[in-house]
Write a new protein. Structure first.
Length: 297
């Protein structure tokens, strides 16, 4: 028997014709969802690298010249970890305090000067004690208040998208492999007479498993190549369209060359797993079912 050709009529069965489409759908789903998980993870990293926000509160001054604010800002910019230092306007400050004091309570109440300071997250951890000391030297009584570090909605959304996408990759892989194993079982049953004939002629279970393995490999390569191409095109179009939208506060997202290689590698791994599942399922069936003599007319 020559191993270069297929002795089983797998291509003529309905499950055999479905196999390339199933492999393509499996690769498409895995690649697209994995790309979404990678993009969400990069967005989450970018969100985590946003500048930290602290607030400087200056004591009440006898004059409104603003020299204390400008002096404090100059001192803040002497620190290399400070990106921006912007004074908080009176209207914004009153809007922040209205929920606690009400409009009436703010009419005659003198308000302290405040400065919003953004620190570079990529720099070394800022020495807040040194920054506090520098401020106290130029503006006695100035205090630092660290902004809230709880995750915002964008971080929560990115985390959920990443986790659910990664989970869906696993679910799609397991469901696809289970479907391929079921199709293999059905193909083997529909080709039972050919299988029994070959076994009566001396074909071993390994030989028959190799027949289905080679057919699965060829079908998976055809379907998987189409699914991979369509998935990469989908991801590329989505990334190109996203560049024109203000997504996640204009945080740049994308895929690096290594990420594209990872997507192609995941597609190849899923197809290799499919071939392995086919071989295992065929061997298990053939070992538990002995050959039957072919029917005679």
């Amino acid at each position: 028997m020559r191993r270069a050709r297929l002795d089983l009529p797998l291509a003529r069965t309905v499950p055999g014709r479905i196999l390339p489409w199933l492999a393509g759908a499996l690769v498409y789903a895995i690649v697209v969802m994995l790309a979404i998980a990678i993009i969400a993870d990069q967005a989450l990293l970018a969100l985590g690298e946003r500048a930290r926000l602290i607030t400087v509160t200056l004591p009440l001054a006898d004059d409104d010249s603003g020299r204390g604010v400008s002096t404090a800002i100059d001192a803040l910019y002497q620190n290399p970890s400070v990106i921006t230092a912007e004074p908080v306007g009176d209207a914004e400050l009153r809007a922040l305090m209205t929920p606690w004091l009400g409009e009436t309570g703010l009419n005659d109440l003198p308000l302290p000067a405040m400065i919003d300071v953004r620190l570079d997250p990529l720099a070394a951890a800022p020495d807040l004690a040194t920054l506090q000391g520098a401020l106290s030297d130029v503006v006695p009584g100035a205090t630092l208040m660290i902004g809230a570090t709880t995750p915002d909605r964008a971080q929560v959304a990115a985390t959920l998208i990443r986790n659910w996408s990664a989970l869906f990759v696993l679910i799609a892989l397991l469901a696809g492999l289970l479907a391929i194993a079921s199709i293999t079982t059905l193909s083997l049953r529909l080709s039972r007479e050919a299988v029994d004939l070959l076994r009566c002629m001396g074909a071993t279970p390994d030989y028959l498993a190799g027949q289905l393995e080679r057919y699965t490999r060829a079908s998976s390569v055809r379907g998987g190549a189409g699914g991979l191409g369509l998935a990469l095109l989908t991801v590329a179009i989505a990334l190109y369209s996203g560049r024109h939208l203000a997504i996640l506060d204009a945080i740049p997202i994308g895929l690096r060359p290594l990420d594209w290689s990872l997507l192609a590698g995941m597609a190849a791994v899923s197809l290799l797993l499919a071939v392995a599942v086919v071989r295992i399922s065929v061997l298990q069936q053939l070992q538990h079912a002995g050959p039957r003599p072919p029917r005679t007319a």
